[in-house]
Design a protein around this ligand. Structure first.
Ligand code: CA
Ligand code: CA
Ligand code: CA
Ligand code: CA
Length: 414
């Protein structure tokens, strides 16, 4: 390559770098105008988190939108996108997320702050018709232990009862919660997160970072102490302005296996297609599965080596439900049977998901162990199943059940 083409290439790379950074950057810009005002009616108001009109104190950490068309690339962010089950198919996340597990260094003022109103503040305008005490609920997604704290404030004040919102239940799924973390109760106390609205009129509702990596989908304020929001929560009311066009409903394109593989950063994964195929009676079915052609074989077997750290794991075997019967799968370690599993009948031709996988807990594995999967086709008397399976996940002991709760899908990816 001559000097000129090296220079051209260098210029191109530099420009590309600037462009991709600029594109990420705009996902922290507001998409609603500052004239947009949400409205409380009958003691209730709901707001999509992605509809903030302003961010402040956003130098070190900021909130970034994620949707089908928006994925920020601004540093460490290890969890998978979660817009599929989000209200309005979009949410915001505080990035980068440099404290993912307890073993990552805690740096106050960078990846953590116990001071409300100091870092990464999002702002919303709400017109209140009814003064009173409003309990604050937020729909959040936590994938670990260091991304589940938040502060809420009012008109640039950060009252004691808006500090340290905490999530413990509902890992890896969108979860409504309204609890305050205290010295005594780390998982939080109910009915302690509220804002007192003294006068009717337009007020500023604000959320600020406690832990980076926090993901917020939607929030509500309610005067009803016993109200518990469910699913995607109540409808949005506007007092003034217009919201952007709703985010397109997204068809799940990622497989369940991919979703649960990424559910925890500690997961070790062997996809079925990483196992050898030759002379096993299996074939590669699409991008995700191994399968058996029942016209040629009724049984297939393949083995590979466990190349991860020795230790104890929860083992999740992700099978595929089919509607022609139940396939049977056996998993062995060094030729010793770990267990046998037959997924139930699926309603569709094939389906991966919560219903179609096996969990073996607290299994001792050594680096170099031989993992063998044997599959047998099932039948309904007329047609045969194809013994389809997606792979095996080795997750820390006690986490198996949790990672199984990932979004389900039955799409076949060609
Ligand atoms: Ca993320
Ligand atoms: Ca974090
Ligand atoms: Ca996160
Ligand atoms: Ca949302």
């Amino acid at each position: 390559m001559n000097t000129k083409s090296i220079l051209t290439l260098f210029t191109f790379i530099t420009m590309f770098g600037i462009v991709s950074k600029a594109q990420s950057k705009k996902f922290n810009n507001p998409i609603v105008d500052s004239i947009v005002i949400f409205e409380e009616k009958n003691g209730l108001v709901a707001v999509e988190a992605e509809h903030f009109y302003k961010q402040s104190n956003a130098e070190v950490r900021a909130w970034y939108r994620t949707s089908k068309t928006e994925t920020a690339n601004v540093g460490r962010d290890e969890d998978a996108p979660h817009f599929l089950d989000a209200s309005n198919n979009a949410y915001i996340e505080i990035l980068p997320d440099t404290r993912v597990t307890h073993s990552d260094q805690l740096i106050r003022g960078e990846n953590f702050t116990d001071e409300a109103g100091k870092m990464a503040i999002v702002h919303y305008k709400v017109k209140f018709n009814t003064p009173g005490r409003y309990f604050v609920w937020v729909r959040a997604m936590s994938t670990g232990s260091e991304d589940n704290g938040l502060h809420v404030g009012l008109n640039n004040q950060w009252p004691a009862h808006g500090k340290r919102m905490q999530w413990c239940d509902g890992k890896n799924k969108w979860t409504w919660e309204s609890k305050q973390r205290t010295k005594e109760v780390h998982c939080g106390v109910a009915h302690e997160i509220y804002l007192d609205i003294e006068k009717p009129g337009v007020h500023n509702i604000q959320f600020s970072m406690r832990e980076d990596g926090f993901e917020m989908d939607k929030f509500i304020l309610t005067t009803d102490k016993n109200y518990v929001p469910s699913e995607k929560g109540p409808a949005i009311n506007l007092a003034q302005g217009k919201l952007p066009v709703a985010e397109a409903k997204v068809v799940q394109e990622q497989s369940y296996f991919n979703n649960i593989s990424k559910a925890l950063p500690e997961n070790k994964v062997i996809a079925s297609q990483e196992f050898p195929v030759e002379e096993t009676n299996f074939y590669k079915n699409g991008k995700n599965w191994l399968a058996i052609n029942p016209k040629e074989h009724k049984e297939a077997q393949t083995s590979t080596t466990f190349n991860f750290e020795s230790g104890k794991y929860d083992v999740v075997f992700v099978g595929v439900g089919e509607n022609d019967g139940s396939s049977t799968f056996s998993v062995s370690i060094n030729n010793k049977l770990l267990g046998t599993y037959a997924p139930p009948l699926a309603k569709t031709m094939w389906e991966e998901g919560r219903e179609f996988n096996a969990l073996w807990r607290n299994i001792k594995l050594k680096k170099g162990d031989k993992i063998t999967v044997t599959a047998k086709v099932g039948t309904d008397g007329k047609e045969f199943t194809r013994g389809r399976w997606a792979g095996i996940i080795f997750t820390p002991v006690g986490k198996g059940k949790q990672i199984q709760e990932s979004p389900t899908t039955y799409l076949f990816i060609k």
